[in-house]
Design a protein around this ligand. Structure first.
Ligand code: HEC
Length: 116
């Protein structure tokens, strides 16, 4: 019984960090879709902006809070971060951390460089 309790407690602890904010996955997916225009599908950038997929959650939150309070310099992210609550930032951090990082497809420009 004691070991059952400790395993349940362990699962609770393990989940607390990852699951605490994941209350409405659909709402977070919709919110994350608004980042796709610049950061690529599921956070996999097609070039030009940072890839958010598989980004460390603590780093993500630190950057977003910095954009929000103005302590991190930015061109457009101040505007995007200001509209988000602390909880939404944590949910987005968890969402993007779970997205697999993919190698971007070769851009047409790069393909032409090959043999011609
Ligand atoms: C209009 C384009 C655009 C949109 C939309 C956008 N971003 Fe960004 N993002 C940028 C740019 C450009 C930067 C680099 C900082 C800057 O200049 O603002 C950046 C930087 C970041 C960084 C820091 C990455 C790093 O490695 O330092 C994070 C995290 C981030 N964006 C998250 C998001 C999230 C989450 C959303 C959606 C809510 C979002 N962005 C929407 C353009 C965008």
């Amino acid at each position: 019984m004691k070991s059952l309790f400790s395993s349940v407690f362990f699962i609770y602890l393990a989940c607390a960090g990852l699951c605490a904010h994941a209350q409405d996955p659909q709402a977070i997916r919709t919110l994350a879709a608004s980042c796709a225009a610049c950061h690529g599908p599921a956070g996999n950038s097609l070039g030009g902006t940072a890839t958010l997929a598989a980004l460390n959650q603590a780093y993500f939150i630190q950057r977003m809070q910095g954009f929000k309070d103005g302590s991190v310099s930015a061109t457009v992210m101040h505007h995007h971060a200001k509209g988000l609550t602390t909880e939404e930032i944590a949910d987005l951090a968890a969402y993007f951390a779970q997205q697999p990082r993919q190698t971007p497809p070769a851009l047409p420009k790069q393909s032409f460089l090959g043999r011609q």
